[in-house]
Design a protein around this ligand. Structure first.
Ligand code: ACO
Length: 322
């Protein structure tokens, strides 16, 4: 039996940091409201010259270096993103070209904030089936491009960035299980109205920005994440105490606290980056993982629970022996 394991991690954050204080000068908000309601203190914003693929490329280079692999080794490339540079070529192909990788499947997939978990699950299955031997899995976003900077209810939440992992085959698991879900019936709670094919609804084109019923999303997120935590533990016949680190999607500190409570896990065992990164959608989980790997908290052999929840609505988890 072949399993996949994470051989290296990387991340990239754009240079420009936007603080809560600066947001006070842009919309009717306060530093304190943002911090206490969300946990966010600052976020990074991509330069005008940077697209999602630029961020993804840098994160990928770091992950490849950490894994000790070169472009010639990569035979599967997937990018979770909601903010592609173009409709096509997809972000996977743009990154493939930048890195000098030729011939392997390269694609991006859209599952909003769950995009990285979805992408990780795809790559894991390709490796476990023997169809790939070295997968580059990226979550990358430039959410700053699709939020309304005049809307205090959304613009204070999001940030830009990219995280990446390299997956390689192993005799022992690695990725023990991935659990994915979605419910399109909740689509209107969180969406972006601008697309290419659907006739737009009245008013959509005047507001081509993220639209969110935050309060309702919050409630579904807490309930769904509790369910997926239970599902992941049950599928692996594990007690809650077996998990060393929770690496959650970084949307709101209160959602994360609720998940940690479900796991009976002290917040010291939860990797938090939202204070510095904001909600970076598909990039948040791989960036948080990379932060904790590089600062020495996450060590080889640790059992990690990765989870995410986002527009769609979509959700997912991955249980990982690092
Ligand atoms: N500053 C000051 N006041 C604000 C701000 C702000 N930035 N934003 C909203 N408010 C006000 C509202 O207008 C409202 O005022 P009112 O009571 O006078 O009407 C009040 O604050 C409370 O608003 P709520 O929306 O009820 O605030 P809530 O406590 O729910 O926090 C938040 C809002 C932070 C958005 C929260 O609901 C949340 O985190 N939701 C989940 C987001 C999420 O998980 N999204 C999924 C991933 S994102 C993706 O997939 C792309």
């Amino acid at each position: 039996m072949t399993y996949s394991r994470i051989a290296g991690t990387g991340r990239y954050l754009p240079e420009r940091v936007l603080t809560n204080r600066e947001l006070e000068t842009m919309v009717d908000t306060t530093e304190e409201w943002i911090r206490t309601r969300t946990g966010i203190e600052r976020r990074h914003v991509a330069a005008d010259t940077q697209g999602t693929s630029d961020l993804a490329e840098q994160a990928a280079r770091q992950a490849m270096e950490a894994a000790g692999v070169t472009a010639a080794d990569i035979d599967f490339l997937v990018v979770g993103t909601t903010t592609p540079d173009l409709v096509f070529p997809n972000v996977g192909c743009l990154v493939q070209r930048r890195l000098g990788i030729h011939g392997c499947p390269a694609f991006s997939l859209e599952a909003a904030c769950s995009g990285f978990i979805y992408a990780l699950s795809m790559a894991d299955r390709f490796i476990a089936s023997g169809s790939a031997r070295c997968a580059l899995v990226i979550g990358a976003e430039t959410l700053s491009r699709i939020v309304d900077w005049n809307d205090r209810a959304t613009c204070v939440l999001f940030g830009d960035g990219a995280g990446a992992v390299v997956l390689k085959p192993a005799d022992e698991p690695g990725i023990l299980s991935c659990h994915l879900g979605a419910d399109g019936h909740y689509g209107d709670l969180l969406y972006h109205p601008y697309g290419t094919s659907r006739p737009q609804r009245p008013g959509d084109l005047e507001r081509p920005y993220v639209q969110m019923k935050g309060n309702e999303v919050f409630k579904v997120a807490v309930k769904t994440l509790e369910g997926i935590v239970d599902e992941t533990l049950a599928a692996n016949h594990l007690e809650r105490s077996a998990i060393n680190w929770l690496i959650p999607h970084q949307a709101n500190i209160r959602i994360i606290q609720a998940t940690a409570k479900r796991l009976d896990m002290p917040m010291e065992r939860v990797v938090l980056t939202l204070q510095d990164h904001g909600n970076t959608s598909a990039a948040s989980v791989p960036m948080a993982l990379d932060v904790a790997v590089r600062d020495g908290r996450v060590k080889r052999g640790d059992l990690l629970l990765l989870e995410a929840f986002g527009g769609g609505l979509t959700w997912g988890s991955a249980l990982v022996r690092f």
